[in-house]
Design a protein around this ligand. Sequence first.
Ligand SMILES: CC(C)C(=O)C(=O)O
Length: 247
Amino acid sequence: MIAKEVGNHVDDDGYVPVICGLSRCNKGDIDAAWEGVRYALRPRIHTFIATSEIHMRHKLRKTPEEVIQIASEMVAYARSLGCEDVEFSPEDAGRSDTEFLYRILTEVIKAGATTLNIPDTVGYTLPSEFGSLIAKIKANTPGAENVIISTHCQNDLGLATANTLAGAYNGDRQLEVTINGIGERAGNASLQEVVMAIRCRGNELLGGLYTGINSKHISVASRMPILIDLKPSDECRKSAISDLERG
Ligand SMILES: CC(C)C(=O)C(=O)O
């Protein structure tokens, strides 16, 4: 329904929204995501697999080589369904080996990925570190110049907005955010903070960056009752930090 109604709405200025379905790197998930988005004018499948040592070893129980193979086969599979817009995320990129990231990202670009999203899945990086990760990925991944690089920052250390802006400063051109920063644990980068930071400082400090967002509507969106109830609390952030401290 979202794909058919929202995904077929053309704004007065001709803008058509991208409707995206998230899926793990397996055919069942990708088929379901495609079914959900295929009737939109601009459908996208976003597929992800973990790339940090700790996730590959303990969660996936796969070798790095197996992970590269699965990622490139599943990106190619998504393209084979007729989806021309495929986003790939190396989950837990913030704690992944950078040389390994260059390798897997090179392979998924060859397989047809059009956006590379770099998630700081557990909200672990500092802004200088995250910005430098984006710069290094752009410099060391063949083909990166032909795709969009994206951020997806979690707020466990209260740095999601700062990390997102550091990513933008270093060349990210898609910034994944949520209204009021709602998200797992301490939440994600907040749409209103990122949009207003770019609006206030984009010209001066971010190489002229701007968003197409009409900031007059942010306050209404943010005050929708369902969103207020879901706002990540300080309690939640404190508990995420103590989880990190416990290791
Ligand atoms: C699936 C990816 C983008 C994600 O949500 C994360 O790693 O935080």
